[in-house]
Design a protein around this ligand. Sequence first.
Ligand code: MEV
Length: 314
Amino acid sequence: MEVVAEAPGKIIITGEHFVVYGGLAVVAAINLRARVEARRSNTLSIVSTNYNVGCTKGSDCHERLRPLMALLDDISRDYPGALGEYTIRSEIPSSVGLGSSASVSVALTAAALTLAGETPLDRNKVYEYAMASEREIHGRPSGIDPAITTWGGLMLYSPNRKPVRLNMSNRLEVVVCNTGVERSTREMIEKVRSFKERRPALFLSLLESSSKLSETLVRYLMESRFEKIAPIIRWHQEALRLLGVSTSEVDCAVERLNDTGLVAKLTGAGGGGCVIGFPGPHGVSPSVDRVGCCKEVFVVKLPAEGVRSWVRRG
Ligand code: MEV
């Protein structure tokens, strides 16, 4: 039997980092996907075509594959039918804020459960396994990345309450600039924790403002009033700079995107990674293909569907 699973990447529009401490964040699944193909076998093995590395259970795996092997090992202890050969291909650039690690964990989990005959796919179960794996990788994540890649769409997310899934009547195109600077989410979370300890009152007031602005943003997105969102995006970039997770590369990319008439901020953990550009108040269309300080620039569409898996017949 052969199965396939796909899970989307994500962009956090507002509220990253604050969400770790209970703030509200707006997050959307995007049309870039991680794909896993799997077939039954009597042991576990993984190949990543992106990194051209592979490993079999019991051998010394490449560091990128170690948490994924641990995840499959956990699942196959609960579901022995998940033993198999897994091949990962991802369109999502890694370690730059687009949720590639959660998308791969979620697609891998969905493939493993489907291979074990667990159909229809139980998304709550997928989320629980992927979240446990994210904890091992990132230390103290809020759960926003595995939640959006599991359920897809657009969400107002807080770890303290059930995520609110939102309907957008029109899809939105967003420019993504990859600065090409890879960074560790764990280190960025640590940096913000230290800011919070040094300046607790300031941190709390930023968190409260961020949450209020996120709720306002959701209204604009749902009503397709995209020309209204510029000040909210600008506020969040300034707040992230204050927390210390913007860098000179990110600031430069933000300025260059702003020069094209978009309004930009970093997305995800920061420290490098990706900057996202939205239509400015005059509704500039996102047709930018080269921007200074960006290693690559592309347009993504949101919202996109969450994880899905299927059995390949024949
Ligand atoms: C990472 O995509 C978003 C952060 O807020 C961490 C988290 O919420 O787990 C930086």
